[in-house]
Write a protein that binds this ligand. Sequence first.
Ligand SMILES: Nc1ncnc2c1ncn2[C@@H]1O[C@H](COP(=O)(O)OP(=O)(O)OP(=O)(O)O)[C@@H](O)[C@H]1O
Ligand SMILES: [Mg+2]
Length: 254
Amino acid sequence: MAETLLRVENVCKHFGGIYAVDGVNMNIREGGIWGLVGPNGSGKSTLFNTILGLQHPNSGGIYFKGQRTNNMAPHQIYDLGVVNGFQIPRLFPSLTVLDNMLVAARGQQGDGFFNSLFLREKWQKQEELLTDEALDILELIELRKHIFSTAGELSGGQRKLLEIARALMAHPTLLLLDEPAAGINPVLGKKVFQKLQDLSCSGMTFFIVEHRLEILFEFASWIYVMDKGKTVAEGNPEDIVKEAAFYQAYLGKE
Ligand SMILES: Nc1ncnc2c1ncn2[C@@H]1O[C@H](COP(=O)(O)OP(=O)(O)OP(=O)(O)O)[C@@H](O)[C@H]1O
Ligand SMILES: [Mg+2]
């Protein structure tokens, strides 16, 4: 069985009297697309925020590759390889699409005064490789023809795609995406998920909140269902749709 990447152990996060996340347990193993679904306000984004260090849980434990991350800062969690598609790092609206991709790449050789002066050749080679990689990713999400547009000129859906593309440039071990298919047409949404699935076969792991269940369920290997701060069901997509708790979460009745 694949190695556990992310373990969420009895995590609670409340805001005053609101129990946004209320004793959640999860075990996300390496590889594949892991889905998180549930009605509005069920605590999905709050759970993501605690995993990313944007909010600290009130109790419970979050472990990435066995290391407790509860009280780490977002950049420390990012350095461990847990990347958020939409918050870190942010888009630069006045830079071109291509430049936005290049600055999102992790640990560039040219970073720093010394490297940029003395490792010029190595840096240029790396820049070429990164550009090739960026173009491949942009081709896939149909943004290649916009490489010289500024990010600010893109439509809302295109900006969202660019955020996903930039997150991929950071070579995350675990990529968290909160509603990647929202605002994108269904055909492109499916293509994006198809690409994520291809990448997951080469070792990347995705944890995705998505309201477009028909797309998510086609590609996810495991689904967690949240309702009122708790996980009420989990399983593979074929089994989850047979679970009463899944329907109860959405319909709000027995
Ligand atoms: N910073 C905050 N302060 C107070 N309450 C909050 C805060 N963040 C979230 N909540 C509340 O916590 C609950 C869970 O919210 P959360 O955004 O995590 O839900 P969600 O499952 O992501 O919903 P959606 O599907 O609409 O995005 C909601 O009742 C919400 O109002
Ligand atoms: Mg949310």
